[in-house]
Structure formats: structure tokens, C-alpha cells
Ligand binder design. Structure first.
Ligand SMILES: Cc1ncc(COP(=O)(O)O)c(C=O)c1O
Length: 340
């Protein structure tokens, strides 16, 4: 039975073509700085997001945390949107490794310039000064939502006006670019630091990059070593990343269309609440009216469909390894389980 896995866009397996470029990659010892494929990837990504330099790191978590660590001092505050990945899903790294506290703005993960101004804490001896404003585009927990480019520009402008740094968690910036019709460079404009991931929608097996000025990247490089992220012949992974950027970026629109198809199909099924109008990229959030997600997960697992859910809620993510037919089959199984 073919397994359909909608748990995340991180579950993709390298394609045959990607495995070939991995096998053929020219490599060196990246800790000594002489892996040519890593250098090529760093240059390519820096160019794509419009920053001076980029640093290859194992994970999106490390990319975010290096960027934030480079901009923060212990006791500083970071302003973020509700359920930001840097706060909710990075094992407390902001507190543990940067010594920072967080100010979480309410809403769906997006916020506006007046909210930044209203929540800013100045640098006074008794307070915890807000040093960084971090946004997430697309926003994972709220269902792959895309920031309005005008709102981003306003938030970045007020962030700088107040003397703070702006960080973009762009793990899925590629999806945001396709959905908003902007380039990655346009979406990253003005940010002091940007993190991007190759192992989500792009389908590489691992790898992320942090992008910034040469000076900040030098600092991130030092923290990468400190955090245990210095890898050796990592050109094998960088080659997969370069291949993914070249071949899997433009097709992300298919994942978005498949996600909308899932949302429309499931939104019309009985016992499921799913608002297709909210689906902007490759993530679908839905809610069951009378069954627990765990029941649906078990039912679907027996039919070759892998799912994730908590309480009555479920998140489905489309990607390179699921086509329209797979989505149709998964929707059928989920609808059956919701009725059962
Ligand atoms: C928005 C966002 N940022 C960062 C990350 C962290 O990536 P990684 O799992 O590679 O640490 C994720 C992972 O899903 C994510 O969704």
C-alpha cells in the first residue's frame, strides 16, 4: 500500500535526481571553510534573499537561534507574534541560549506597526528592553498564513525607528513568495537577519541558512561552532539544497492548490470544520465536530494515511511527495473517520 504522509512538509524523501547530485557533490571540510558546494549554496541563498552573506546550518531552529543570539544580550526582550516557532517550538532555546524573554503579541501570528510601537520597552535600567522584533512568514501554527508585504514594510520601518533589529523566520519564505507574487528578496527587504529552510517544501533532506550582513554572519559563525553546528563534508547536503532551489521552488504552487483542494473537500464533509478561504499556502488546519483527532489518526494509519492531530484539531501539510490523487484519497479516509 502506498503511504500518504500529510504530517508535515519535512517528510519528503530525496528524489532520484537529488540523490544523484548528492553522490556527485564536490566536498571539502566546511569547518576549515573549504567545501566549495557549501560556499556555492551560501552565495546563492544570500543572493536570493538580498543579503551580503549566508551561513549553512543543520536546522531552521539553529538558523533562528543564531540570528537572535547575534542580536540579543541576556535580559533583552524579543517581540513576536502568537505561537511563533522561535518561541513555541524551539525547546526554550531563546531563554536557554540567548537568555532572552519574549513578548508575545496576540492574534494569528501577524501583527502591525502600531502594535510594535505600543509594546516596545525602551532601554531603561529596570526594564527588559525590546531589542528584536521577529516575524514568521509563512506562519506555521496559524496555517501557513502569508504576511501582507505592506504590513511587513511598516513593521520593519517602526522596528528600526525604535532602534531595534528585525528578524524574519523564513523557514517557508519560498511558499510566501509564491503566494504573494513577490520575490524572496522583496519579502526579506529591510530585515537584519533572515532564516530559511531547505528541508520543508523544497524537499531537501536537511539544511537551513541564516542570512545577514557579513559582520553579523561572522558572529553567527562563531555561535554555530559554539552550538555544535560545525559540520564537515556537508557539501553533500548543500548539493541537495542547490538542486532543491533550482527544481522545487517554482512547483510550490501545486502544493498550495492541493492544500486548497483538501480544505474544500474536507470543509464540505460532515463532522469537519475547515475554512478553505483561510488556506493560503500548503498548510490546512481543521477541526472535528465529534471525534478526537487521535481516533482519525489511528483509523487513517490502518489505511496508509499518516496524520497528526491534537484534541479535536488536525493539521495537514502538502508537499512534493503527495499529488492530487493522494490528497483525494487522504480526504476520503479523513471524511470516513470523521463520520464513523
Ligand atoms: C516556521 C518555522 N521555523 C523554524 C522551524 C525549524 O526548523 P527545524 O525543524 O529545521 O529546526 C520550523 C520547523 O517546522 C518552522 O515551521
Amino acid at each position: 500500500m502506498e503511504v500518504i504522509d500529510l504530517r508535515s512538509d519535512t517528510v519528503t524523501r530525496p528524489t532520484a535526481a537529488m540523490r544523484r547530485v548528492i553522490a556527485d557533490a564536490e566536498v571539502g571540510d566546511d569547518v576549515f571553510g573549504d567545501d566549495p558546494t557549501v560556499r556555492a549554496l551560501e552565495e546563492r541563498v544570500a543572493e536570493l534573499v538580498g543579503k551580503e552573506a549566508a551561513l549553512f546550518v543543520p536546522t531552521g531552529t539553529m538558523a533562528n537561534q543564531l540570528a537572535l543570539r547575534a542580536s540579543l544580550r541576556p535580559g533583552d526582550e524579543v517581540m513576536i507574534g502568537a505561537n511563533a516557532h522561535v518561541w513555541r517550538n524551539e525547546s526554550g532555546a531563546l531563554a536557554a541560549l540567548a537568555g532572552a524573554q519574549t513578548r508575545v503579541l496576540p492574534g494569528d501570528g501577524r501583527f502591525d506597526a502600531p502594535a510594535v510601537r505600543a509594546n516596545f520597552v525602551p532601554d531603561e535600567p529596570y526594564g527588559s528592553p525590546t531589542r528584536v522584533v521577529a516575524i514568521e512568514n509563512t506562519h506555521n501554527a496559524s496555517g501557513g498564513t502569508v504576511w501582507d508585504p505592506v504590513a511587513i514594510a511598516e513593521v520593519v520601518a517602526v522596528t528600526h525607528e525604535l532602534g531595534m533589529k528585525a528578524h524574519l523566520d523564513g523557514a517557508r519564505i519560498w511558499n510566501a513568495a509564491i503566494a504573494s507574487g513577490k520575490t524572496e528578496k522583496e519579502l526579506a527587504a529591510g530585515f537584519d537577519t533572515v532564516s530559511v529552510c531547505l528541508s520543508k517544501g523544497l524537499g531537501a533532506p536537511a539544511g537551513s541558512l541564516v542570512c545577514s550582513t557579513r559582520e553579523t554572519i561572522k558572529l553567527c559563525h562563531r555561535f554555530r561552532k559554539m552550538y555544535g553546528g560545525g559540520m564537515r563534508q556537508t557539501g553533500l547536503l548543500a548539493a541537495a539544497g542547490l538542486h532543491a532551489l533550482e527544481h522545487h521552488r517554482a512547483r510550490l504552487g501545486d502544493d498550495h492548490a492541493n492544500a486548497r483542494f483538501l480544505a474544500e473537500t474536507l470543509g464540505a464533509a460532515s463532522g469537519i470544520r475547515c475554512d478553505a478561504a483561510k488556506v493560503q499556502t500548503n498548510i490546512v488546519n481543521l477541526e472535528f465536530e465529534s471525534v478526537d483527532a487521535s481516533t482519525v489518526v489511528t483509523y487513517a494509519a490502518g489505511r496508509g494515511v499518516k496524520l497528526l492531530g491534537v484534541g479535536r484539531r488536525m493539521r495537514l501539510v502538502t508537499h512534493l511527495d503527495v499529488d492530487r490523487a493522494a490528497c483525494a484519497r487522504a480526504a476520503e479516509v479523513i471524511a470516513e473517520a470523521a463520520r464513523a
